[in-house]
Design a binder for this molecule. Structure first.
Ligand code: GLN
Length: 501
C-alpha cells in the first residue's frame, strides 16, 4: 500500500492530508510484522491485531470528527517493560522474564497511556522483546530468545531495548518506546542504526515501567530521525503525580524546540555558536578504529554546520563502571524482592512449605543474569559491606555528576561514541558478563548523572554495521540535543540507510 509505511513525521503528514487512513497504515505494518522474515528477527513478543485495528478505526473516526492530534493513528510498539492494560489492549507484560508469564496488567503505564488512545492517539501494535528486567546489553538475556540485528542476523541488536531498535531498523514500526538505565536506548539505537534519546531523569514518568534501578530508569523513544524522536518525546513526557521523582515542569514542545533557530545561526550554519565538548576519556587509544572514524566524521559534519569542537575532560569515566554495577544491582535486588510467587509472578508447583515456595518460585522464575545482580546487590547492601561499596559508590556518583557540570561551563553539548565497538556476534560474550559490563563505559556516566543522552546514526564500521554518535546535554536540554541531531540529519543521510534483507 503506497504511503502506508514510513517514519512518524511522514505518516502523520499523510494521515492529516487524508492520503491514507490509520487502518491502512496499521494493516500494512501488521502484514510486515507477520511475515516469516520479520518473525525470524524475534523483535516482537506479542501482537494483537484485533485491538490494533480497532484502535486504528477509532483514530480515523477521531480524525473525521476533527479531533485528531499530530500523532493520531500513527502506529507504535512498546518495550515489554511498560505495562499495558490487558483488558484494553489484549497485550501481556513480561519484562522479558519467565517470572511474569501469564501476568495481565490491570492498567497502562503513563507513557503508554500518553501515547495511546487516552492521549496522543497512537495505535499500539504490540510488545517488544528485551533483556530480562532490562538487564543486559545484547538482548540475549531475554527469557524468550534473542533478537537478531536486522543489519546482520549473526549479530546482536544491542540491549536491553534490542527489540525496539531492531523493529525500527527493520521498518516493522515507525517508532518504539524503550528504557535506558545505563544505556539501553542509546546502545541498541547505535547498534541498529536508528535514532534514540534518553531524556533527563524525571522527564518521563516511571509509573508502570517494571522497575530495574529506580534512580536511573528513564523512558524514551527510538525512531528513524531526531524529528520523530522529538514528536514522540513531547507526547510521552511530562509531570505525573504518581511518580515521586517526576520533574514538576511545564510540558515542552520539543518539535518546536528542535526547529528553533539559534542566535547567530545562518541557513548554511544552523549550529553556529554551539560548543561541542569532546571528553578525552571518550576517545581512548584503544577505541576501535572504525568507531572512532565514524564518530570523527560526524563531528566534522557538525563543525561544517557551524559548531565548534572543544577539548574537555570527564576524569572519572572509568569509575562509572564499578559505580553503576554497585548501584544498579543494589536497587534491583530491592525492586525484585516483590517477585515472590505470592504477590506477583511465577509460583512453583506444590512447595513443601513457605520457604520452599519463595526459593523455588524465584529460582525457577529468574534467569541467570538477574540472579547474578540480585546476589551482587544484596551483598553490597548488607551490613558490614554497605559503607565499603554502596556508600562509596554514591559518593563517586555525585563526583561524576559534578565533572559534567564542570564540562558544561566550557561547552553546550558533549559528544563521543555510544559504544566502544559495533554490534558483536551473538554468543560472543557468553559466560563473560564482565565483558558486557565494560562495553557500557560511554553510556553509564550520563545515566549516573541523570543527564539526557542520545544516539544518532553516524555511518558504518566493521562489517558494514552502524555506528552511533552520542550527544549528551545538560539537564532538560533535550531541545538542544534534538536541534543538533536534526541539523546533522538535514545535512547527511546516515539515518536514512536501511538494512538490506
Ligand atoms: N547494559 C546495562 C546493564 O546491563 C544497561 C541496561 C539498561 O540500561 N537497562 O545494566
Amino acid at each position: 500500500m503506497n504511503g502506508a509505511k514510513g517514519g512518524v513525521a511522514g505518516l502523520a503528514r499523510r494521515l492529516a492530508a487524508r492520503e491514507v487512513s490509520s487502518v491502512e497504515v496499521v494493516r500494512a505494518h501488521l502484514d510486515v510484522i507477520a511475515s516469516v522474515e520479520s518473525r525470524a528477527l524475534g523483535a516482537f513478543l506479542a501482537v494483537d491485531a484485533e485491538h490494533a485495528l480497532a484502535d486504528a478505526q477509532a483514530a480515523d473516526e477521531r480524525r473525521a470528527r476533527g479531533e485528531a492530534g499530530p500523532l493520531t493513528g500513527v502506529p507504535v510498539a512498546h518495550k515489554d517493560i511498560f505495562v499495558t492494560d490487558h483488558a484494553r489492549s489484549g497485550l501481556p507484560t513480561t519484562a522479558g522474564s519467565k517470572m511474569l508469564v501469564g501476568y495481565q496488567s490491570p492498567f497502562d503505564a503513563t507513557v503508554v497511556a500518553r501515547l495511546g488512545t487516552a492521549g496522543a492517539g497512537m495505535v499500539t501494535l504490540g510488545k517488544l522483546n528485551c533483556d530480562e528486567f532490562a538487564m543486559g546489553s545484547s538482548n540475549e538475556n531475554s527469557a524468550f530468545g534473542p533478537v537478531l540485528n536486522p543489519w546482520d542476523a549473526t549479530r546482536v541488536p544491542g540491549g536491553s531495548s534490542g527489540g525496539s531498535a531492531a523493529a525500527v531498523a527493520a521498518r516493522l514500526v515507525p517508532a518504539a518506546t524503550g528504557t535506558d538505565t545505563g544505556g539501553s536506548i542509546r546502545q541498541p539505537a547505535s547498534f541498529c542504526g536508528v535514532t534514540g534519546i534518553k531524556p533527563t531523569y524525571g522527564l518521563c514518568s516511571r509509573w508502570g515501567m517494571v522497575a530495574f534501578a529506580s534512580s536511573l530508569d528513564q523512558a524514551g523513544p527510538l525512531a528513524r530521525t531526531a524529528e520523530d524522536c522529538a514528536l514522540l518525546l513531547s507526547a510521552m513526557s511530562g509531570f505525573d503525580a504518581r511518580d515521586a521523582t517526576s520533574a514538576e515542569r511545564p510540558p515542552v514542545d520539543l518539535h518546536a524546540a528542535m526547529q528553533t533557530q539559534r542566535e547567530g545561526a545562518t541557513a548554511g550554519r544552523p549550529l553556529a555558536g554551539l560548543r561541542i565538548g569532546l571528553p578525552k576519556e571518550f576517545f581512548p587509544a584503544a577505541l576501535a578504529a572504525d568507531v572512532a572514524g565514524a564518530v570523527r566524521a560526524a563531528l566534522a559534519e557538525l563543525e561544517k554546520l557551524g559548531a565548534t569542537l572543544v577539548d574537555v575532560s570527564l576524569p572519572r569515566t572509568e569509575l562509572a563502571i564499578p559505580v553503576y554495577y554497585i548501584i544498579a544491582p543494589a536497587e534491583a535486588s530491592s525492586n525484585l524482592s516483590r517477585f515472590d510467587g505470592v504477590r506477583y509472578g511465577h509460583r512453583t508447583a506444590a512447595p513443601a512449605d513457605l520457604m520452599a515456595l519463595y526459593k523455588h518460585s524465584r529460582s525457577e522464575g529468574f534467569g541467570p543474569e538477574v540472579k547474578r545482580r540480585i546476589m551482587i546487590g544484596t551483598y553490597v547492601l548488607s551490613h558490614g559491606y554497605y559503607d565499603a561499596y554502596y556508600l562509596q559508590a554514591q559518593k563517586l556518583r555525585r563526583m561524576i555528576a559534578d565533572d559534567f557540570q564542570a564540562c558544561f561551563k566550557q561547552c553546550d553539548v558533549i559528544a563521543g561514541p555510544v559504544a566502544p565497538t559495533v554490534a558483536w556476534r551473538l554468543g560472543a560474550q557468553a559466560g563473560d558478563p564482565v565483558k558486557a559490563y565494560l562495553a557500557d563505559i560511554f553510556t553509564l556516566p550520563a545515566s549516573l548523572a541523570g543527564l539526557p543522552g542520545m544516539s544518532v546514526p553516524a555511518g558504518t564500521g566493521e562489517g558494514g554495521m552502524p555506528v552511533g554518535l552520542q550527544l549528551i546535554g545538560n539537564y532538560f536540554a533535550e531541545g538542544t540535543l534534538l536541534h543538533a541531531a536534526h541539523a546533522l540529519q538535514q545535512a547527511t543521510d546516515w539515518h536514512l540507510r536501511e538494512p538490506q534483507r
